[in-house]
Design a protein around this ligand. Structure first.
Ligand code: NDP
Ligand code: GDR
Length: 330
């Protein structure tokens, strides 16, 4: 019988790409999903895998639903991707963020410990934990300095994962992933906000794009590449933590330039700086050092930023063109 995997956050960007990868590898994939998300599986539909996944309803805040999901799925691997993942919202809803993004992790770990501690566990940690960076290139050894309630919650999740590994000898890994994007990235995140706006501007639906601080730098990669690293971590002989990044960093401004140029526009003609999108505390620059992932997992980012942004702009152009056609035919 095929090996089973349980994925929390299955309706999110990474959940969808990871599910696709696991299906390709022959896993039976169970998606753990709150009832409220049941109409939200557009990403699974986009990747054409919505019929191949078995959905188990539950909420990461409800340990009993996690235990039931583990028993039902007989999962040998659990990927914990569920989170309140938008940094901006974490200042507006810091307690919810602490509960879901932080305490949610120990809920999953406890559910595993109570059912079958031999199940392998992946935790979605983040480069946001480095925040006010303590080293120019951030590796697994770089100290953390969180700059948002989201990052603070993720640090709890990160350390409790390590703690369960060391306390209970659980196979628990934490992937410190730098920003990764795709055509199914949430529209609130800056890359997708930009590529969607580029399509709408090019097709005459809007003129301006309102952004916050565009001089910040991020190490952006492609989500389709990054989920492979998650899976690889759980296939090793011993559990460990890994930075997953491209090793290159770019400003939001230059990312905008790439996106607008792709359709023959110039970003400066359309981008308007709007203080509403500034954050109470900013992460100015992130640059990952993925040397350990390369050496131990044999993993490397395959997609360049230009390829990624072009892919996203092309997908948004197609989507907006479809929307215009549908409106015209009504
Ligand atoms: P998304 O925001 O796209 O997905 C998050 C998922 O979590 C959604 O399916 C969401 O469901 C689900 N979720 C939220 N609250 C609960 C809950 N209480 N119980 C169960 N499920 C819940 O995030 P990404 O796919 O981009 O990221 C996946 C994980 O990786 C997250 O933990 C994120 O913090 C982390 N991460 C992401 C990076 C990135 O660049 N994408 C980088 C580093 C880490 P719903 O939509 O219905 O709320
Ligand atoms: P981030 O991603 O906060 O890094 O978290 P986001 O795309 O939201 O912001 C990146 C940077 O762009 C600046 N920025 C803007 N951001 C948004 N969203 N909207 C704007 O208008 C805007 N203008 C400038 C931000 O200030 C920020 O510096 C993502 C999430 O996926 C997290 O869950 C994950 O942990 C990290 O990436 C790694």
């Amino acid at each position: 019988m095929n090996k089973s995997a349980l994925v929390t956050g299955i309706t999110g960007q990474d959940g969808a790409y990871l599910a696709k990868l696991l299906l390709e590898k022959g896993y039976r994939v169970y998606g753990f999903m709150p009832r409220r998300s049941s109409s939200m599986n557009w990403r699974l539909q986009y990747l054409n895998i919505d019929q191949d996944i078995e959905i188990i309803e539950g909420d990461i805040m409800d340990v009993s639903s996690l235990i039931r999901a583990i028993k039902k799925s007989q999962a040998r691997e659990i990927y914990n991707l569920a989170a309140q993942s938008f940094v901006g919202t974490s200042w507006e809803q810091p307690i919810l963020t602490a509960q879901v993004t932080g305490l949610g992790v120990v809920n999953v770990l406890e559910a595993i410990r109570l059912t079958d501690p031999s199940i392998r566990f992946y935790q979605a940690s983040t480069s946001e934990m480095f925040g006010l960076i303590q080293e120019a290139e951030q590796s697994e050894k770089t100290p953390f300095y969180p700059r948002s309630p989201y990052a603070a919650a993720k640090i709890y999740g990160h350390w409790i994962t390590i703690n369960y590994r060391e306390s209970f000898k659980m196979f628990a890994c934490s992937g410190i992933l730098f920003n990764h994007e795709s055509p199914i990235r949430g529209i609130e995140f800056v890359t997708r906000k930009v590529t969607d706006a580029v399509a709408r501007i090019k097709l005459g639906l809007q003129k301006e794009l309102f952004l916050g601080n565009i001089d910040v730098k991020r190490d952006w990669g492609y989500a389709g590449d990054y989920v492979e690293a998650m899976w690889l971590m759980l296939q090793q002989e011993t559990p460990d933590d890994y930075v997953v990044a491209t090793g290159r960093t770019t400003t939001v401004r230059d990312m905008c330039d790439i996106a607008f140029k792709h359709v023959g526009l110039f970003y400066d003609d359309h981008v308007v700086i709007d203080p509403r999108f500034y954050r109470p505390a900013e992460v100015e620059v992130l640059l990952g050092n993925p040397a350990k992932a390369k050496e131990k997992l044999g993993w490397e980012a395959k997609t360049s930023l230009a390829e990624l942004i072009h892919m996203m702009v092309d997908a948004d152009m197609e989507r907006v063109e479809r929307e215009i056609k549908m409106l015209g035919s009504r």
